[in-house]
Design a protein around this ligand. Structure first.
Ligand code: I3P
Length: 282
């Protein structure tokens, strides 16, 4: 797959049709009120330098869009990678809905058997459908989400080569191989990413926003180009939810139903550790 237009490679790993390139270096993303609330709060938080700047809402063809900075504009034909963070990819709220009003999905059954025909249970096979939470949990254990607290969703290299086949990328070795391919074995780029990720970890540990939100299905967007410039930003807050007033998260404690923990920092610790082991000791 070799997408040519910015619109195409922006959504290499996102929901098809969710994005447009806006004017003046902006990106338009299909409106989601929860995501807007997150961006508004993030603009007031210490995490602000680690998220795209938010510029409000615009309507196009009767569809509302959130306007944000297009992070790609400051790079020269960048390589771009999306890593979905956390040890869980569905909200506790989604689990509740699945229990109270189960709605098995045929599209997810089909996606499941396309990867592993043996995966569905007898009941799922009879229904030719699976619950979304069951599909998401299966995807988590198949990939590195459960074992490492993050997974590579896809990347596009500067030569326009796209890699999105990471559903079974689970072990540390497989992750290292994929990351090494993404950076073309360039240690300088790995160092750049490590510096940025360590700073991000420090800021996350101090962030009021982060302490008070369940951050699920959110990604880190990695960008680098031939000039050696690197950058990492937090994106995708459609499934990031404010916690009740009495509750805060450390994002490292393992999830048990009800504690709302998402494993985000545990995943970031593992990602930093993996990248650290890809470069020589100083
Ligand atoms: C999709 C992926 C998305 C999820 C989407 C899944 O599976 O898990 O994160 O969207 O659900 O279909 P896959 O990567 O295997 O294609 P959300 O994170 O927004 O829930 P959806 O089909 O209900 O949009």
């Amino acid at each position: 797959m070799t997408p040519k237009k910015p619109e195409q490679w922006l959504q290499v790993v996102g929901h098809a049709g969710s994005f447009h390139v806006g004017d003046y270096g902006t990106l338009l993303k299909k409106f989601c009120e929860g995501e807007q609330q997150c961006y508004l709060r993030l603009m007031e938080d210490v995490l602000r330098p680690f998220v795209p700047a938010y510029h409000g809402v615009v309507q196009r063809d009767e569809q509302n869009y959130n306007i944000m900075d297009n992070l790609l504009t400051h790079f020269n034909r960048p390589a771009i990678m999306d890593c979905k963070m956390g040890s869980r990819t569905y909200l506790e709220a989604e689990l509740l809905v699945a229990r109270e009003r189960p709605q098995p999905r045929k599209d997810m059954f089909e996606k499941m058997v396309a990867v592993d025909p043996e995966a569905p249970t007898d009941q799922e096979r009879a229904q030719q459908a699976v619950l979304k939470t069951r599909y998401m949990q299966w995807r988590e254990t198949l990939s590195s989400t459960t074992s490492l607290g993050f997974r590579i969703e896809g990347f596009r290299k500067s030569n326009e080569e796209c890699h999105t086949n990471f559903k079974r990328t689970k072990s540390r070795e497989q992750v290292v191989e994929a990351l090494d391919n993404f950076v073309d074995s360039n240690k300088h780029i790995v160092w750049g990413y490590l510096r940025r990720l360590k700073k991000l970890r420090q800021i996350l540990e101090a962030s009021d926003f982060f302490r008070t939100h369940e951050v699920v299905g959110s990604s880190l967007l990695f960008l680098h180009d031939w000039t050696g410039r690197t950058g990492v930003w937090m994106i995708d807050f459609g499934k990031t939810e404010a916690l009740p007033a009495h509750l805060t998260l450390d994002h490292r404690t393992p999830w048990v139903d009800g504690n709302r923990e998402d494993g985000y920092l545990w995943g970031l610790d593992n990602l930093i550790d993996i990248l650290t082991n890809m470069v020589p000791l100083t």
